[in-house]
Structures are given as structure tokens and as C-alpha cells.
Ligand binder design. Structure first.
Ligand code: ATP
Length: 209
């Protein structure tokens, strides 16, 4: 079996948008990743700003968005397992099943703000090297200075920063635009836009639809 470089890209993807796709594609191309595995996570019912849309809708939208991207696959592992879905547990399982490959953790800069509060952050960095895309309003150095982590973990994060195009898009903004009946097709792939209309997703924030 040839040793592959595989990027793991987790998120709530509620919904997936061009900011996510740009992050994954640019990092894949710049770092020569053979594959990118996109892993939608459970949504926390405690996040009151997130409408609780059924997980299979988020998964389906990720599949539609990634279908034509070379080397991309979508993993339903976290969504089909009871929560909480900790990245460190998912990584352990992935490493057990595919011990020969090199894994990379794809993140946006904002994900670092609470990285030391994730379960087993140091172990995560030992299992997968971080590759971090830039994001509006975030400073890697500022986040790093506030993290309670070892110097070597901090250094891994620092050297993982990849120079990427910055797209100021968030799923929060998309959900708000949909609710206000504003145009949002400039932020989300066309097939995902159609899916959102077909199932009337995000029309009522905080309701299941
Ligand atoms: P929300 O607005 O609902 O909090 P989000 O748009 O930030 O969602 P997530 O699914 O939480 O999307 O993000 C998954 C990953 O993608 C995270 O690592 C996040 O930092 C990154 N990410 C999301 N949007 C962008 C973007 N526009 N540019 C770079 N990285 C992004």
C-alpha cells in the first residue's frame, strides 16, 4: 500500500459553504494532499445560535458539495455515532484502521481559539499535523499566546499556518440570510442551494425543519 497524505476536515457544516471548500482545496493543492476526508460533526443542542436541522441533511449537503472534488470523500462516522464526537477519538479510530498513512488536521484560524479546551489536544497534534487556513479577524499569534499548551504543541500549530485566500463567509451569516429571505447563492454551491430550497432548511431558526 502506498503511503498517502490525508487531510481530515471536520466541522458542523451547517451548511457547507465556499469558505469551507476554499480552505480544503487550497490546502490540498498547496500541501500536495492525496486525499481529503470531510467529517461532519454532531451539533450541540446547547448552541442556541444553531438551528437543529437533522444531521443527515448536513451530511447530504457536504456530499453534494464534495462530489466533484478529486480526492475528496465524506465520512459519516461522527454523525452516525452517539455524541460527543471528540476529534481525538475519531483520529484514534482512523489511525487504527489506516496506520500506514500520514494524517493532517485541516482547520480555520478561528478554530484555534479554544483548541486547548478540546479533548486531548496534545495527542491530537501527535496523531495529525495541523494545517491552518487564514480567516478574517483572526490572528494565529494572538490565539497561540492565550492557549495553555506545551511549547512543542504551540510550535506545531504555528508552523501549520498555510497562506490561503481569505473568504469572509460563515454558516451563521448564511443561516441568517436564508431566514431573512436574502440571496445566498454567491456563498454556497448551487447543488446545496437547491437542496436547502427543496427541504426548506433554515427558514425558522431554532426549529427542526
Ligand atoms: P458557524 O458560523 O455555524 O459557526 P462556520 O462557518 O465557522 O460555522 P464550521 O462548520 O464551524 O463553519 O467550520 C468548520 C471548519 O472550517 C473550522 O475549522 C472553521 O475554522 C473553518 N472555516 C469555516 N469557514 C471558514 C472560512 N470562511 N475561511 C476559513 N476557514 C473556515
Amino acid at each position: 500500500m502506498t503511503r498517502k497524505k490525508i487531510g481530515l476536515f471536520g466541522g458542523t457544516f451547517n451548511p457547507i459553504h465556499f469558505g469551507h471548500l476554499n480552505l480544503a482545496l487550497e490546502i490540498q493543492e498547496k500541501k500536495g494532499l492525496d486525499e481529503v476526508w470531510v467529517i461532519p460533526a454532531h451539533l450541540s443542542p446547547l448552541r442556541v445560535d444553531h438551528p437543529l436541522i437533522p444531521a443527515f441533511h448536513r451530511l447530504k449537503m457536504v456530499e453534494l458539495a464534495c462530489a466533484e472534488l478529486k480526492g475528496f470523500s465524506v465520512l459519516d462516522w461522527e454523525i452516525n455515532r452517539p455524541p460527543p464526537s471528540y476529534t481525538s477519538y475519531t483520529l484514534e479510530e482512523i489511525k487504527k484502521k489506516s496506520p500506514k498513512h500520514d494524517f493532517f488536521l485541516l482547520l480555520g484560524e478561528d478554530a484555534l481559539i479554544h483548541f486547548d479546551k478540546w479533548k486531548n489536544p496534545e495527542q491530537i497534534l501527535a496523531m495529525a499535523s495541523p494545517l491552518i487556513a487564514q480567516r478574517v479577524g483572526q490572528s494565529l499569534e494572538e490565539s497561540l499566546s492565550k492557549l495553555t499548551l506545551s511549547d512543542s504543541a504551540r510550535q506545531k500549530l504555528r508552523s501549520g499556518l498555510v497562506s490561503t485566500r481569505i473568504l469572509d463567509i460563515s454558516a451563521t451569516e448564511i443561516r441568517e440570510r436564508i431566514q431573512k429571505k436574502l440571496y445566498f447563492s454567491h456563498l454556497v454551491p448551487a447543488k446545496v442551494v437547491d437542496y436547502i430550497y427543496d427541504y426548506q432548511l433554515y427558514c425558522n431558526l431554532n426549529s427542526e425543519n
